[in-house]
Design a binder for this molecule. Structure first.
Ligand code: SF4
Length: 327
């Protein structure tokens, strides 16, 4: 795996409400190497989508980056103007979302929409842009692309529409593709096809992928490395197989234990009791302490930091050499 393409450092993002800034992301840190697929995992509300929107410069109006750096090819995206970011977005960094119907314009053919993206970033003529659209539909495995390029989004299946979204995202050959739950709305077979397609295109086009998902099955199929987020913080980071076989954080363990096992009879699947704390009710110490079976007094008072040797790091007192002596 190559050098670092994206480095997120101490990223703090908050939402302004009635003149007060409420922190949502706290000191989020990770790297994405060239040619790597990194998955960001966690329940709804853990901050994974806001992290990706921050990278794209698309945080909602009442949101603000309070602190931190987002270094893409060594340049800090946080310091870029809106115009500079819009030149990077779509060309060097692209994004696909869960539900293509909300991203595709229903009144234009898919060909026109892909071609517009080419014209915007590459400055080519209409004919050339439409030829590129056909080429992209072929690349993502849409049969008879010369005909389907004239289809409207409603004339295509969910899987086909997601392929169109991928074609649109990749048309300018980006270095980084951010995919936010791209297969959640699809059936299992189509999901496997889309993940296979993304893996193939990643190699062919030599790009990196950041995949946002709550589905550890997806992670095991596509990720080189994984970060687990909980309540706006990164709580574990590891290479994929090491995380699946040797999860360290009690939350990650809970997530893995709650996956149904194919060859085992299970009456009741284990679940993680409780829910993610609201933004206004974050516990003082470890953010998982209100749901953790191992919590001690120190966990409720002092927030652990991400530590560990090698690639596998965890934010949990249980893995501190001091654990035995903690109250
Ligand atoms: Fe549980 Fe304590 Fe670890 Fe938090 S720090 S996950 S409360 S053991």
């Amino acid at each position: 795996m190559g050098t670092e393409l994206l480095t997120v450092k101490e990223l703090n993002v908050g939402f302004v409400n009635k003149g007060q800034t409420i922190p949502v992301l706290s000191d989020v840190e990770f790297t994405v190497k060239k040619g790597e697929t990194l998955c960001i995992v966690g329940e709804s509300g853990c901050g994974k989508s806001l992290t990706s929107l921050s990278i794209m410069g698309l945080i909602p109006k009442n949101g603000e980056i309070m602190k931190g750096e987002i270094l893409f090819k060594g340049e800090d995206l946080v310091k870029k103007t809106k115009k500079e970011i819009s030149q990077i977005r779509g060309k060097q960094i692209s994004m696909i979302f869960q539900e293509p119907m909300t991203s595709l314009n229903p009144v234009h053919t898919v060909g026109k929409q892909i071609a517009e993206s080419v014209r915007l970033h590459e400055g080519v003529g209409k004919k050339q842009a439409m030829e590129k659209a056909v080429e992209m539909l072929r690349l993502v495995g849409i049969p008879s692309p010369e005909k389907r390029v004239h289809d409207y989004p409603f004339e295509m299946s969910g899987g086909m529409r997601q392929r169109v979204m991928i074609a649109m995202a990749l048309v300018c050959n980006p270095n980084l593709l951010i995919a936010d739950e791209p297969t959640t709305a699809l059936d299992v077979t189509t999901q496997a096809q889309i993940l296979g397609l993304m893996g193939r295109l990643k190699k062919e086009l030599d790009m990196s992928i950041v995949m946002i998902t709550h589905d550890l099955g997806v992670v095991s199929q596509i990720a080189d490395r994984v970060i687990v987020m909980y309540a706006g913080k990164v709580i574990e980071v590891s290479e994929t197989m090491d995380l699946i076989e040797n999860p360290k954080h009690p939350y990650t363990r809970g997530l893995i234990e709650s996956i149904p096992k194919l060859h085992e009879e299970q009456d009741d699947l284990p679940t993680i009791k409780g829910s993610v704390p609201g933004l206004n009710e974050m516990p003082k110490g470890c953010r998982f302490s209100t749901r953790c079976l191992y919590a001690r007094q120190t966990c409720h008072e002092v927030e652990p930091t991400l530590t560990g040797e090698g690639q596998h790091k965890v934010s949990c007192w249980l893995h501190s050499p001091k654990w035995e002596n903690l109250e």
